[in-house]
Design a protein around this ligand. Structure first.
Ligand code: UGA
Length: 450
């Protein structure tokens, strides 16, 4: 099919590239002309593993094109995926102005029938507003629009694999045509009929993805409900960690046993500095607002947010109790991205931690394998190290703020010798307490006995 993708952020770029990978003809567009220039010249403006294979491959086959002019993209596709940002407004609501703008462009520029697919994360009932906007802005045209919601469940860092091998594909539709077109688009994924990109090795064994057809309102609700539940699980694990510390239990042992119960599940129970990124925190806030506006008291989710914010306080308490005085001391921070395998620092707990350390008067020297350049732009006042060893040199404490795999494999004996004082505060429970203590470190973690 001929598909247009409007917005080439993490979601749009992965969606466009993967739709081309499975055989469609895709035109991606973005209002950021600089980004389009990078993509047109063969560059990739974000770090997302796998895109470096998928994008050049699709371009070689002439299935993926980039355009700065959204009108051109609108005219090119039979289906248009809206992947623009929905950032939080100061009151926590999602800012839907980019969606409104795209609706206007689609309504005024389309010259043939279009399936308009909402992929951006939006509050329930946005699809209804989108339908209304298309008909109001397009009142002078005779083009037919079918609106659908197709929420994404892509995780940054593994987004290409998540797109090509999802556990479910949710389509919220109100017409048979929309359902049929979406089925046609996703058929290669449902049948696993595409060449699996090299970095994924091969398509997984096991059941094919579930195809779930819902109403548009339900599809929108599924997305917010899923992300908020993931956030709830993390905050629950973090509360348990606080309790485990008081009771002398070990959170790792507790969640491991809990997770073996399939009703609970093992994932998203890792305690530590808490959740960040551009999805969970903002979706949680927007969801709480949506519930309040709908007259439903979802204050349970406010607690989830509160617990998450307290993680940084806990981290600073641990530092204070170990160092006594923080002011003037040099602290190493390993990891700035909101999670491993991404260069994204938006709402990253590591960035909050660095800001708190600075406000406590500490001197910070940080290292991240991918996010340094992005961090430099928002945090110019700290030093950036070229390696974990460089960050650790002369430090009186070292924080692990993001659990990059390479941090577990460091030569910790060398780190110990480089540090002014061998103190590790493990914000992601990455290291083995026994091993690191045997090396002579003072080690503090979250929910594990000191
Ligand atoms: C999240 C969801 O997991 C995706 O399903 C969804 O599609 C995406 O948002 C989105 O809405 O676009 P993502 O933001 O990439 O994906 O990040 P996650 O993997 O969910 O991690 C979020 C944060 O939670 C990270 O800061 C991570 O370190 C933290 N986390 C995760 C924990 O603190 N503990 C855990 O056990 C798991």
């Amino acid at each position: 099919m001929r598909i247009s993708v409007i917005g080439t952020g993490y979601v749009g770029l992965v969606t466009g590239a993967c739709l081309a990978e499975i055989g469609h003809e895709v035109v991606c567009s973005d209002s950021d002309a600089e980004k389009i220039k990078i993509l047109e010249s063969g560059g990739i403006p974000i770090y997302e593993p796998g895109l470096e294979n998928v994008i050049p491959q699709a371009r070689k086959l002439d299935r993926l094109r980039f355009r700065a002019n959204p009108a051109e993209a609108v005219r090119a596709g039979d289906a248009i995926f809206i992947c623009v940002g929905t950032p939080p407004l100061p009151n926590g609501d999602a800012d839907l102005s980019a969606i409104d703008h795209v609706a206007r462009v689609i309504a005024t520029e389309a010259t043939s029938p279009k399936l308009v697919v909402e992929k951006s994360t939006v509050p329930a009932r946005t699809g209804q507003e989108l339908k209304r906007a298309l008909s109001v802005y397009g009142r002078k045209s005779s083009v037919t629009f079918h609106v659908a919601s197709n929420p994404e469940f892509l995780r940054e860092g593994t987004a290409v694999g998540d797109f090509l091998h999802p556990d479910r594909i949710v389509v919220g539709v109100e017409s048979e045509i929309a359902e049929r077109q979406l089925k046609e688009i996703y058929q290669p994924v449902l049948d696993r009929k595409f060449n699996c990109p090299v970095h994924l090795n091969a398509c997984p064994e096991g059941p094919a993805p579930q195809w779930l057809v819902t109403t548009i309102n339900s599809a929108e609700l599924i997305k917010h409900a899923s992300n908020s539940f993931l956030a709830l699980k993390i905050s629950y694990a973090n509360m348990l960690a606080d309790l485990a510390e008081k009771l002398g239990a070990d959170i790792q042992e507790v969640v491991r046993a809990m997770g073996l119960d399939p009703r609970i599940g093992a994932s998203f129970l890792a305690a530590g500095l808490g959740f960040g990124g551009f999805c969970l925190p903002k979706d949680l806030q927007a969801f709480v607002h949506l519930a309040e506006r709908s007259g439903v008291d979802f204050s349970m989710l406010r607690e989830v947010e509160k617990i998450n914010k307290q993680r940084i306080d806990r981290a600073i308490e641990k530092l204070r109790s170990a160092l006594w005085v923080v002011r003037g001391k040099q602290i190493a921070v390993l990891g700035l991205a909101f999670k491993p395998n991404t260069d994204d620092i938006r709402f990253a707990p590591a960035i909050d931690l660095v800001n708190r350390l600075l406000s406590e008067g500490a001197r910070v020297r940080a290292y991240d394998p991918q996010a340094t350049e992005r961090a430099r732009a928002t945090l110019p006042q700290i030093e950036y190290a070229t390696s974990a060893y460089d960050a650790a040199t002369d430090a009186e404490a070292l924080f692990i703020a993001t659990e990059w795999g390479e941090f577990a494999k460091l030569d910790w004996g060398r780190i110990r010798d480089l540090m002014a004082r061998p103190l590790v505060i493990d914000g992601r429970n990455l290291l083995s307490p026994r091993e690191i203590r045997n090396l002579g470190f003072e080690y503090r973690a979250f929910g594990r006995p000191d």
